[in-house]
Design a protein around this ligand. Structure first.
Ligand code: CA2
Length: 188
């Protein structure tokens, strides 16, 4: 439930400071072992910690006036639950499913079921690595995949998903049926 409180003169605010009701909302999910970023395998995944990556995403989200919710889990079930939950609370998803990219039909099915525009991100170029990493179960249900650009990939995903959501909002507005004359005159 959003916070709801009454201001002087009866103005009711239903959104915390810095947020407004028309803000785009994007959930960002990091899969298993990404909590170790910056501590090991720096030659593959770089030196940035997950906290530093999340801060960079949050900073860009503020510039774009997007509300972001950032989460990491080592559990496939938890990621599925967070994807399902996003259906009513978020407009889109950015996900690095990590190793589950190559194994998880459950995550693919959850993304397909919620029907939210989803961007798949990988820090490393999965297509240049071992054969088993070339296949993604997620790519077929994502609007796009960014792979091999390191942390910048998340920032590009955020810009890309933001632009995609704005464009589909505009399209909905222009293709929505015009109000009937009775409704337009305020008649019931
Ligand atoms: O390149 C990516 O972002 C991956 O999704 C990362 C996964 C890997 O299984 C995918 O094939 C590609 C692995 C994440 C593990 O992250 C670590 C970070 C630091 C140290 C150790 C692991």
């Amino acid at each position: 439930m959003p916070t709801c409180w009454t201001l002087p003169r009866g103005i009711v605010r239903t959104h915390p400071a810095g947020e407004h009701k028309d803000m785009l909302r994007i959930r960002v999910l990091h899969g298993p072992n990404l909590n170790l970023l910056g501590t090991r395998e720096q030659s593959i995944y770089g030196t940035l910690s997950l906290d530093a990556l999340d801060s960079a995403i949050t900073k860009l989200a503020k510039e774009l006036a997007v509300k972001v919710d950032l989460r990491q889990s080592n559990s496939e079930g938890e990621l599925v639950t967070w994807i399902q939950e996003a259906r009513t609370k978020y407009d889109g998803i950015i996900i690095n499913p990590a190793a589950y990219t190559h194994t998880s039909i459950a995550i693919r099915d959850a993304i397909a079921a919620v029907g939210l525009p989803t961007v798949e991100v990988h820090l490393s170029n999965i297509h240049q690595r071992e054969e088993f990493r070339h296949r993604s179960h997620i790519a077929g249900v994502a609007i796009g995949q960014i792979s091999g650009l390191g942390p910048t990939g998340y920032l590009l995903a955020l810009r890309g998903l933001h632009d995609h959501l704005i464009a589909s909002q505009r399209q909905k507005k222009t293709t929505a049926p015009a109000p009937s004359r009775r409704t337009a005159k305020g008649m019931k």
